[in-house]
Design a binder for this molecule. Structure first.
Ligand SMILES: *Cc1c(COP(=O)(O)O)cnc(C)c1O
Length: 410
């Protein structure tokens, strides 16, 4: 089935950057030349062995790839059904999958002769990964972060500053991730000559969604090899949490043409996918519109105003979703579900005590869906979930949600 060119799910996007009705390049005239030169450079790099040799060297020695594929034996026994494997991307340098992509974009920036890197960040994970790689290469780094998030995510703000980055609090709009991304785009058009915009997920105008996916696809490529070594076959079901959708696209993409593999994305259901929009489930609770240069499913009100959404997990509260997911949803190749805060918190605790792994709240959403699904499946069914981040950053949030007093650490 794989590589059947006439029936492949892996050939997108088209030349305009579209995945079906989604994606594209909705940008101002001033941004267009920047996007086009980035696309040209990326197209060159994609088939350049020296580019991938540099990536592989840094993935191995700086990030710590390949990340292990781990059979979660006690969790599997506890759930009493399908065999559960975890792809351990939380063991990467900086504690999540974000660095896979940042490395690719910054190597590209260096090839383009850019000396100043800008990024947007919500919870701060992408900002920390970007500040880290900029320090490693001696590049100037400016991170746009909503003023509201700067307050909520103080430890990551300090990390970025330790790493030598400038953090710019964004007060426009509601001072969250969406506004930070708008300000980063504005910075880019005013600093055309020396600046490279490093986007943190499979969003933004073409070629970002495809480029970020290609960098994150190392996750799924490794899973194919590692699962073959462990079980001698492909997994039956893949499950990953979705904010913008980059860790999920990275796991899913190399399996899209293996039609027998079930693919499930898990959105943040917050307090429940309800009319009050106290969730971040863009696909299960939103509708199509244009944001940040591409057409996709968005959380919006009746007038098309973008809504902020709500989730216990700051890394999942992006009001949109990568356009390739919107397309996979519409054609039915992947299925999308949502998990509430309460369910994610339960999964978080179970993972700590059964596996000795403190997961980030984002993959706790994926794990919560594994907990629903595994008991309904036979013992020879193999599930692989992406453990895309570690939970150190979330312990204060979890303590608060569970009613623990953290004393002076709060
Ligand atoms: C940023 C982040 C996410 C959400 O981003 P995606 O692009 O959807 O992967 C999920 N998990 C972790 C650990 C993150 O840091």
């Amino acid at each position: 089935m794989a590589n059947d060119l006439f029936n492949s799910f892996m050939t997108g996007p088209d030349e305009q950057g579209r995945f079906g009705d989604f994606g594209g390049r909705f940008v101002s005239e001033t941004l267009m030349p920047l996007i086009l030169s980035l696309e040209e450079e990326y197209e060159k790099a994609k088939t350049d062995d020296s580019f991938w040799a540099e990536m592989n060297d840094l993935w191995t020695h700086y990030v710590g790839r390949p990340s292990p594929l781990y059979f979660a034996e006690r969790l599997t026994d506890h759930l009493g059904g399908a065999k559960v494997y975890m792809k351990r991307d939380e063991l990467n340098h900086t504690g999540a999958h974000k660095i896979n992509n940042v490395l690719g974009q910054i190597i590209l920036a260096r090839r383009m002769g850019k000396t100043r890197i800008i990024a947007e960040t919500g919870a701060g994970q992408h900002g920390v990964a970007t500040a880290t790689v900029c320090a490693k290469f001696g590049l100037k780094c400016v991170v746009y972060m909503g003023a509201h998030d700067v307050e909520r995510q103080a430890p990551n703000v300090f990390r970025m500053r330790l790493l030598g980055a400038e953090v710019v609090p964004v007060t426009s709009g509601r001072g969250t991730l969406k506004d930070a991304m708008n300000d980063a785009l504005r910075d880019w058009v005013t600093n055309v000559r020396d600046t490279f915009y490093c986007i943190g997920t499979v969003a933004g105008p073409h070629p970002y969604p495809a480029m970020v996916r290609d960098f994150q696809a190392i996750i799924g490529k490794e899973v194919r090899e590692q699962m073959d070594a462990a079980e001698g076959r492909l997994p039956d079901t893949l499950i990953a949490a979705i904010g913008g959708g980059s860790n999920a696209m990275g796991l899913f993409f190399p399996f899209l043409d293996d039609k027998e593999v079930n693919i499930i994305g898990v959105e943040a259901g917050g307090k429940g996918v309800n009319a009050k929009m106290e969730h971040c489930a863009s696909l299960t609770g939103g509708r199509p519109g244009v944001l940040h240069g591409n057409r996709t499913y968005l959380l919006q009100d009746d007038d098309g105003q973008i809504l902020e959404g709500f989730s216990i997990s700051a890394g999942l509260d992006y009001p949109g979703i990568g356009p390739e997911h919107a397309w996979l949803h519409e054609i039915g190749r992947a299925k999308y579900v949502s998990i509430t805060d309460v369910e994610a918190l339960e999964a978080f605790q179970l993972c700590c005590t059964l596996e000795g792994i403190i997961p980030a709240l984002e993959p706790s959403h994926a794990l919560a869906h594994v907990m629903k699904l595994a008991p309904t499946l036979p013992k020879d069914h193999i599930i692989c979930m992406n453990m895309c981040g570690r939970g150190d950053k979330d312990i204060f949030t979890v303590a608060k949600a569970l009613g623990f007093e953290m004393g002076n650490f709060g």
